[in-house]
Design a protein around this ligand. Sequence first.
Ligand SMILES: C[C@@H](N)C(=O)N[C@H](C)C(=O)O
Ligand code: ZN
Length: 194
Amino acid sequence: EPPQGFSRLSDIAPDIAQDMRYAGPDNFTGHPVPGYDKPQCWLRSDAAKALAAAQADARAHGFSLIVYDCYRPIRAVSAFVDWSRNADQSTKAAHYPRVDKDRLFAQGYIAAQSTHSTGLAVDLGVRGWNFGTPFDFFDQRSWTAGKTTPNAHANRQTLVALMKRHGFTNFPREWWHFTFKGAENAERLDQPIE
Ligand SMILES: C[C@@H](N)C(=O)N[C@H](C)C(=O)O
Ligand SMILES: [Zn+2]
């Protein structure tokens, strides 16, 4: 069960697609991440309701959201730190071709104290849209205002504007990462998603 004050996004917004990357091997570590025992999006209920409103807004404009990560247990963040210090480079080409993996935290692409652990951050895109780079491609080309095609730039701007209308702020180094109001000072949790 989600912690007190949290909801399963599937209960609040069942038509938002979920591709929970850290629950399986298709992520920058190349393995399922500790703490993600089920491929479910959990969020603080206020953020989940705001995301449901964003999805209704998106639908009214002819598109639909897909989430990649929501609440992230602290143990998962610890696993990311351990991964950044090990010698495995198998995901470098797909996820961090121009950054040393042990610099990903210092460069801001992964947080050692993540707002995801509060349940007030979400990584997402739009079904069928091209954003110029894939989710979790840690590179200047993924910066929201970074160099990309006109279409991808327009898609990023549309997503940022949509999310802003519903209380979410984009992280300028990752077009996919958004935080809801209050995320910086909220409690971080370690309950696994199970
Ligand atoms: C790792 C990436 N998906 C992400 O969420 N990055 C931010 C900075 C975080 O780890 O909180
Ligand atoms: Zn994120």
